[in-house]
Write a protein that binds this ligand. Structure first.
Ligand SMILES: Cc1ncc(COP(=O)(O)O)c(C=O)c1O
Length: 381
């Protein structure tokens, strides 16, 4: 057979997967691994959510839900915007999706035609570009630097010519940096004035270490806002997210969701209704992230890795390691091999400059963070 995969399937691999494979191999051979590469909580879902899931499994038929999602969950998500941001969101404006990832694909399909141009700041979360490219949308890479906290500015957008969309996350993966309210307002104003979709990935909201993150809806009720239960609520494997849809996209997005997934997992949807009553558990996870964050900030400084992005939120530290190497992937391999420390190479998040950066995650345990910093300090000295 000579048939091959479609050209759209030729997207970039995730280098961190290679790191994880190498880490697994090391473990299988009896070595130890300190996990600073993982981009997910190491904690389970809140106990109340788990208890609710058990009840639902015992008592419910678990059929499909409507494509918008279970009404009580949509209503609870809408209420969350009132509780956190004092913003009115109609339950009908919320569509429940297969994680934030399911929301990206549905939103990109609903908002953009082939050949449209969408701005993706780098360093950034790689699935944005990959999913856009799969759909034949042109990705307009927008390099950012530490001077603007690795976030885009209106001046940069002005220089790009005509574009149709902008997607970003604040707090960001991989940099952990956040847009301040005025900067976000400037971006949303520019998008409104230029008829550009503003897509705000707010998956790390709630995981902040100073000011809380503003939602784009505060500045533009027609922004497309994506969020998820994966990070703040520690429910990655439940595959549940949502999008707050501007009026004009509600019908198109629902039709796409009907055809692409029918509905998000019913068990997860039913259990997630109580997640919003579990902020005590989420906040105690965040208190642990804060401890780990400080361990890494101090430890990296002590190891001479002191050019790091301001770690405003999420659970990452984006560090410039150009004084140690011009190939951060090779450095990561060396650290795994010699020190048992697994990290995410920068190339996953920035094709051009990523070879000078490493992403350290502090979503794991404090003991892993502590031990990794001790080994790193010794290695450097
Ligand atoms: C910025 C960002 N958006 C989206 C996702 C994926 O989210 P989900 O698990 O809800 O699909 C991740 C996962 O790491 C992420 O970092």
């Amino acid at each position: 057979m000579t048939r091959t995969a479609a050209s759209r399937a030729r997207i970039n691999p995730f280098y961190v997967m290679e790191v994880m494979r190498a880490a697994e191999l090391r473990l299988a051979e009896g070595g130890d691994v300190l996990h600073l590469e993982v981009g997910q909580p190491s904690t389970p879902a809140p106990p109340k959510v788990i208890a609710e899931a058990h009840r639902v499994l015992d008592e419910d038929v678990l059929g499909y839900t409507t494509s918008g999602g279970l009404e009580p969950l949509r209503a609870r998500i809408a209420q969350h915007y009132d509780e956190w941001y004092r913003i009115d969101v109609a339950a009908d404006a919320v569509m429940v999706t297969l994680g934030a990832t399911g929301a990206f694909v549905a939103v990109f399909m609903a908002a953009f035609d082939q050949g449209d141009r969408v701005v993706v700041p780098s360093p950034g979360y790689p699935c944005y570009s990959n999913a856009l490219e799969i759909l034949g949308v042109e990705v307009v890479d927008l390099p950012t630097t530490i001077e603007t906290r690795f976030q885009p500015t209106v001046e940069q957008l002005e220089a790009l010519g005509s574009v149709d969309g902008l997607i970003l996350s604040s707090p960001s993966n991989p940099t952990g940096t956040m847009l301040e309210a005025d900067d976000m307002r400037a971006l949303t104003d520019w998008c409104k004035a230029n008829d550009v979709w503003f897509i705000s990935d707010e998956i790390y909201h709630g995981i902040t270490f100073g000011q809380s993150a503003p939602t784009a809806l505060e500045f533009d009720p027609d922004a497309i806002v994506i969020n998820s239960f994966s990070k703040y609520f520690s429910m990655t494997g439940w595959r549940l997210g949502w999008v707050v849809m501007p009026e004009v996209l509600r019908e198109p997005l629902t039709r796409i969701n009907q055809n692409a997934t029918i509905s998000a997992p019913t068990l997860s949807q039913m259990a997630a209704v109580v997640a919003f009553d579990c902020e005590d558990v989420a906040e105690s996870n965040i208190a642990n992230y804060a401890i780990n964050r400080q361990i890494l900030l101090d430890g990296l400084q002590a190891a001479g890795i002191d050019k790091v992005a301001p770690a405003d939120g999420a659970f990452y530290i984006w560090a410039d390691v150009s004084h140690l190497t011009d190939d951060s992937q090779a450095l990561g391999e060396q650290w795994l091999d010699e020190l048992g420390i697994a990290v995410a190479p920068g190339l996953d998040f920035d094709r051009v400059n990523g070879h000078r950066f490493i992403r350290f995650s502090f979503a794991g345990t404090s003991s892993d963070c502590n031990e990794a910093m001790c080994r790193l300090k010794e290695w450097v000295s």
